[in-house]
Ligand binder design. Structure first.
Ligand SMILES: [Zn+2]
Length: 442
């Protein structure tokens, strides 16, 4: 029986293992350095597509997309016959319809898109009588109804008991300010820090999920190695929790910690338009963003998934092209075709077989799923991309590896899908049956 103790999950969006490892021992990142010195550390694997809505859903549910059903940043909802865009870029939101996209990202992802068969960490622990808190994480589904803070807006969100979401939903009055227009200066993480300080000061939770998105924003602009300043601010947001507990040692007396990111990032040299290969194929719909793309067959499409996949055989921007054929999932790369199998290698990609299979076995995924070649990013709905900066989404190691640090936990997760079950077991609660068994035990 593990010692039941309060815990905090810290997620620094887009932080790569190499940047984290270099920050440890660097005086500019004192909070991360302190935690790393006290904890167990290893590199772990993300899910696929390695994009934030997919990854945060995996962190919160302990499942890959075959179970949680969130397929991409942008996808086609076959049931409702419409495009869903969670926010590839501001212009892409506008192209997809601003009001509807904001509603999709903030409310519908949790209420409509996230599968009912998936159980979030908030649902698991609160059903066991514990109190969970979430700050800014986009996968927040819980059992408590919260009304928005905006006057006149009455759409409720169902979240954990303590729920803070970019000033839009605040279960408690913390007085934390939010300046959404100062994004590059790290205003979102500053808001998280103010809320986190309030929560730790009151010791107001059993589990806190503390999500810091600003690092990813900076890394897209400057590339993964160029975002050190942003990491200093993420470190300050972590440091705020340590301070609120009365100091680093007091903090660790009170809380077990998991610190990780949701995906990595790699440098982008050029952009490509996945849409162009299908422009002359009636009945296809392409959703592309960052370093992954999907092709959906609409009912009038005359080509099958294999034929659609083969159209990319000579496309240098597409490194691996995956498609379903009957019960099989197949992968094409450089003229070679292999069957994708769970727990089996897929070329050299980390956890490649399981991740690729789960991506394709998601009913919301395209009939064809594309992992971009190194250095390439697919332009989004509005043509935006991060050429000259950083991006992620593919199966390659750089996009897929995350730093994974634990303190006071019996397990060291090998994958982001192991985080939720490890934390749930830490509280002596049984995780959902689809989750993986204990990994890398201490
Ligand atoms: Zn990102």
């Amino acid at each position: 029986m593990p010692e039941t103790r309060k815990a905090i999950l810290i997620v620094i969006d887009g932080l790569t293992p190499s940047v984290f490892e270099a920050a440890v021992g660097d005086g500019r990142a004192p909070a991360l350095s302190f935690l790393a010195e006290k904890g167990r550390y290893a590199r772990a694997v993300s899910t696929f597509p390695s994009l934030t809505p997919v990854c945060l859903s995996s962190l919160a549910t302990g499942a890959h997309p075959d179970v949680h059903h969130i397929p991409h940043l942008v996808w086609y909802d076959r049931d409702r016959k419409r495009l869903v865009e969670y926010g590839s870029s501001f212009a892409a939101l506008r192209a997809a319809g601003m009001a509807r996209s904001i509603l999709d990202a903030i409310i519908n992802m949790n209420r409509l898109h996230l599968s009912r068969d998936a159980v979030t960490i908030y649902e698991s622990l609160e059903d066991a009588g514990l109190t969970t808190a979430a700050v800014n994480i986009t996968c927040y589904r819980g059992r408590t109804r919260h009304l928005p803070t905006l006057p006149g807006v009455t759409i409720p969100a169902y979240g954990p008991k303590r729920f803070f979401f970019y000033n839009l939903f605040e279960s408690d009055p913390t007085g934390a300010p939010l300046a959404v227009f100062g994004r590059s200066q790290g205003s979102i993480d500053g808001y998280a820090a103010a809320v986190g300080r309030w929560l730790v000061t009151r010791d107001g939770f059993d589990l806190l999920v503390y999500y810091l998105p600003d690092y990813d924003f900076a890394s897209h602009a400057h590339g993964p190695e160029g975002a050190v300043e942003a990491l200093v601010r993420s470190d300050a947001a972590v440091g705020a929790l340590l301070d609120a507990a009365g100091g680093p040692d007091e903090f660790l007396e009170r809380y077990a910690v998991v610190l990780c990111s949701d995906h990595g990032q790699t440098n982008v040299e050029r952009s490509a338009r996945l849409q162009d290969a299908y422009a002359r194929v009636p009945g296809t719909l392409v959703t592309a963003s960052n370093r992954a793309g999907m092709i959906y067959r609409l009912p009038e499409c005359a080509l099958d998934a294999r034929e659609l996949a083969e159209l990319l055989d000579d496309d240098e921007a597409a490194e691996v092209v995956l498609f379903r054929e009957g019960d099989d999932v197949l992968a094409r790369r450089d003229g070679e075709e292999v069957r994708v199998e769970r727990d089996a290698p897929l070329f050299e990609y980390p956890d490649g077989g399981s991740r690729a299979l789960a991506a394709l076995q998601n009913p919301n995924a395209g009939d064809v799923v594309v992992s971009a070649a190194p250095g390439v990013e697919f332009a989004d709905l509005a043509g935006r991309h991060h050429a000259g900066g950083g991006s992620h989404g593919s199966l390659v190691t750089g996009d897929s590896e995350v730093p994974m640090l634990t303190i006071g936990l019996d397990e060291l997760p090998e994958s982001i899908v192991d985080v939720a079950p490890a934390l749930i077991r830490h509280f002596g609660v049984e995780p959902a049956p689809y989750t993986r068994a204990l990994t890398r035990a201490a």
